[in-house]
Design a binder for this molecule. Structure first.
Ligand code: ADP
Ligand code: MG
Length: 237
């Protein structure tokens, strides 16, 4: 579905992505993890065309995406921090997005329903709590039935019930054959929903493995402990 090949990106002297090559296939939840500043968001933004790489290739369904932005309609993106015009009401944001996407049918409104957002359609964005903004961002990401979902720390700031609703939705859409890329620092959550873990450290891929093989290799039941062990092993190589 998505292939990244020898991707490099620097911001001035800071070499943030160092020769990243990785393939993502449909029907999987891939969790992108790594310490703050390791390059996760930069990689995601390259994929979305929001950051232009210095070198390397990005393919979406076999097509080179650089310079051809059509593929972006197949991606739903939930940013780490959703920014919206302060004075617009929730309902207006949804209407505006439908206009921009030129799509009014075949919409997936499950999260709008589950989060009861319609009852808040008249509330201006500036009056919303962080959690409600996150709900709006989540509902927008899934609204246009994209083939790929890119979720940057989606459950940070959501209350536990809202987080559960989102996790269920992620698993449901995975079973519908979608590819879901998700960054998260919460290992129990990664353990619950991810099929594979992509560990990025200082701009390089340290490992890209299935959750079950990470546990088998390390002989650990808990993913957090297993990853800590794997990091120690790879550091010592
Ligand atoms: P992560 O998402 O893994 O926490 P980021 O990809 O956001 O990491 O950032 C990686 C590094 O690149 C950090 O040192 C960050 O400060 C730097 N960086 C990210 N975006 C920019 C930018 N637009 N200009 C300059 N430096 C940036
Ligand atoms: Mg980030």
């Amino acid at each position: 579905m998505i292939q990244i090949s020898e991707l490099n990106k620097s911001f001035n002297k800071l070499h943030v992505l160092k020769n990243i090559s990785v393939d993502f296939v449909s029907g999987e939840v891939v969790s992108v993890i790594g310490p703050n500043g390791s390059g996760k968001t930069t990689m995601i933004k390259c994929l979305l065309g929001m950051v232009i790489p210095d070198s390397g290739k990005l393919y979406f369904n076999g097509k080179n995406i650089l310079g051809d932005w059509n593929y972006r309609k197949d991606i739903g993106y939930m940013p780490q921090i959703g920014r919206y015009p302060d004075n617009m009401k929730i309902g207006q944001i949804f209407e505006m997005m439908k206009d921009i996407r030129e799509k009014n049918e075949g919409l997936d409104e499950e999260l709008i329903e589950a989060y009861n957002l319609k009852s808040m359609f008249d509330k201006p964005m500036r009056t919303l709590s962080g959690g409600t903004r996150q709900k709006v961002s989540a509902a927008l990401a899934f609204l246009f039935q994209p083939k790929v979902l890119v979720l940057d720390e989606p459950t940070a700031g959501l209350d536990p019930i809202a987080a559960e609703i989102l996790k269920e939705k992620i698993l449901k859409e995975k079973n519908n054959g979608k590819l879901i890329l998700i960054t998260s620092h919460i290992m129990s959550e990664v353990d619950e929903i991810a099929d594979k873990v992509l560990y990025i450290f200082e701009g390089k891929i340290r490992f890209y493995e299935t959750v079950s093989s990470i546990k088998t290799i390390t002989n650990e039941e808990k993913l957090g402990r297993a990853i800590a062990q794997l990091m120690n092993q790879t550091t010592n190589v």
